[in-house]
Design a protein around this ligand. Structure first.
Ligand code: S3P
Length: 192
């Protein structure tokens, strides 16, 4: 039987007041971290922040411009600074950590030390393909996107698994279903 979530005006409202930890969404590029994160934040009535957006805001350049003009390693430096800046603020929020954040051990430690609730949005690379061309901020996928995604999945899976408090299988799920799954994991029965 499907789990029925309490409606927002009752138990979830209470849950909001008790939200003491940020929620960090991790997962492959295109796994829905930004879209799910926005919906989740709306549902929890808290702020949403995305590491890619912070990088763009602080540098005045798009992710693609940084990759093209300054290279991936400069982008990774900005990404680390963005992550540190976001997690230095202890106000509980929903945070979308871009797909490559987990590559650096330092970043993984920053996330661990923040005591955030880490949710891995897991999806088969083949299910991500239709989404990854939106937004234009994924220069790593400009070539053979299926092959790159498969390689990313192989390299990063263990890192996502190691860092996550919970894995949410998003294969075949729409946004609302994923949001619901995340909420059920974070707060079974409507309490946080
Ligand atoms: C990247 C993921 C992208 C973006 C950049 C690099 C990666 O963010 O930071 O293109 O290495 O996986 P999303 O995870 O939001 O797509």
């Amino acid at each position: 039987m499907p789990v029925r979530l309490p409606n927002r005006s009752s138990n979830w409202r209470l849950a909001l007041d008790m939200l003491t930890r940020s929620i960090v969404l991790i997962g492959l590029t295109g796994s829905g971290k930004t879209t799910v994160g926005r919906h989740l934040a709306k549902r929890l009535n808290c702020a949403f922040v995305d590491t890619d957006n912070v990088v763009s805001e602080t540098t005045g350049l798009s992710v693609r411009e940084i990759f093209e003009q300054r290279g991936e390693s400069t982008f990774r430096d900005h990404e680390t600074k963005a992550l540190e800046m976001i997690l230095a603020d202890v106000t509980p929020r929903v945070i979308a950590a871009a797909g490559g954040v987990v590559l650096a051990e330092h970043n993984r430690n920053v996330i661990r030390n923040s005591k955030s609730y880490v949710v891995w949005l897991d999806a088969e690379p083949s299910n991500l393909l239709k989404r990854v061309f939106a937004g234009g901020h994924r220069p790593l996928l400009d070539g053979d996107a299926p092959a790159v995604l498969t390689a990313m999945n192989a390299t990063r899976r263990d890192l996502y698994a190691e860092l996550a408090d919970v894995r949410v299988d998003t294969n075949g799920c729409g946004i609302n279903e994923v949001v619901k799954k995340v909420l059920e994991h974070i707060a079974p029965g409507g309490t946080l």
